[in-house]
Design a protein around this ligand. Structure first.
Ligand SMILES: [Zn+2]
Length: 275
């Protein structure tokens, strides 16, 4: 049975997209990756989770959100020691995502939200979002979907949030328990103690070492603690908060630029003044 999904970008015809541009939804671009997630989760984990989360956000807020297909490959060469991982070069990914946002802005969409389903994409998405604002005039923001609910998720899980961990495994169980091999889910946490280097966002000092140098299984965290119940709780808080973000972004005022140069200004005349 097929169901029409007016909040899914690729389900629409071009006249429907033209109508959608008039109502100015927030266009959501999920970016995942194909990479190892331990012995118990499939390579599609980041794509499946970010695709499922963003589709649910669209379903809950169909007037506010328009959800694009997942960009399935990301920046993750540091996982390449584990068979199956597909790594995209930094510049290629930035340019590729920039081509997508430029196309959206060309059509007239004014609010674009880049959503990282994979930690290492997050810094790149920030650059793409900044570049999009400068080059197109659209408002473009980016975030990693866990980061808007980190506090709430930390209340639900019992072990550190990282990779193929209790958080990610629980959420996968929520969406499709049959594809999680819980009998192979393990604890693997072998990160050197440090007051500066932390495996977390906003670590005072950032560094990504080869994943195989600190994880034998590919997991960082304790996947054995994952449950369906935790996954459902994580799902609820994540979707609620994500919908709030989309609604606020859609209402956000787009203020005009002001150019404070004194003439003559040796920049591009028309184009420059309007960007
Ligand atoms: Zn992941």
């Amino acid at each position: 049975m097929s169901v029409r999904r007016p909040y899914m970008y690729s389900d629409l015809t071009w006249p429907e997209i033209r109508d959608a541009i008039e109502r100015q939804p927030v266009v959501i671009l999920p970016v995942g990756t194909v990479e190892q997630h331990g012995h118990h989760l499939p390579l599609d984990t980041d794509n499946f989770l970010i695709g499922s989360v963003t589709e649910e956000v669209g379903r809950r807020a169909p007037d506010d959100a328009l959800v694009m297909p997942v960009v399935p490959y990301g920046f993750n060469w540091h996982h390449i020691d584990f068979p199956g991982t597909i790594g995209i070069d930094v510049a290629n990914l930035i340019n590729y995502l920039g081509d997508i946002t430029r196309s959206l802005a060309y059509h007239g969409f004014e609010r674009i939200l880049l959503v990282s389903g994979h930690g290492s994409n997050t810094a790149l998405l920030d650059l793409v979002a900044r570049k999009t604002v400068i080059e197109t005039g659209a408002l473009c923001a980016s975030f990693m979907y866990l980061n808007i609910v980190r506090g709430e998720v930390n209340e639900i899980v019992e072990s550190p949030i990282s990779h193929a961990c209790e958080w990610e495994t629980s959420l996968y169980l929520h969406f499709d328990r049959d594809r999680v091999q819980m009998d192979s889910a393990v604890r693997d946490y072998n990160i050197p103690e440090s007051q500066f280097f932390r495996r977390a966002v906003n670590s005072p000092v950032a560094m990504m070492e080869w994943w195989s140098s600190f994880s034998d299984t590919g997991v960082v965290g304790d996947a054995s603690l994952a449950t369906l119940e935790k996954g459902s709780d994580i799902f609820d808080v994540t979707i609620d908060r994500f919908v709030e973000l989309v609604r606020e972004f859609r209402r956000r005022e787009k203020r005009p630029r002001r150019d404070h140069h004194r003439p003559p200004f040796f920049g591009p005349e028309d184009e420059g003044a309007q960007r």
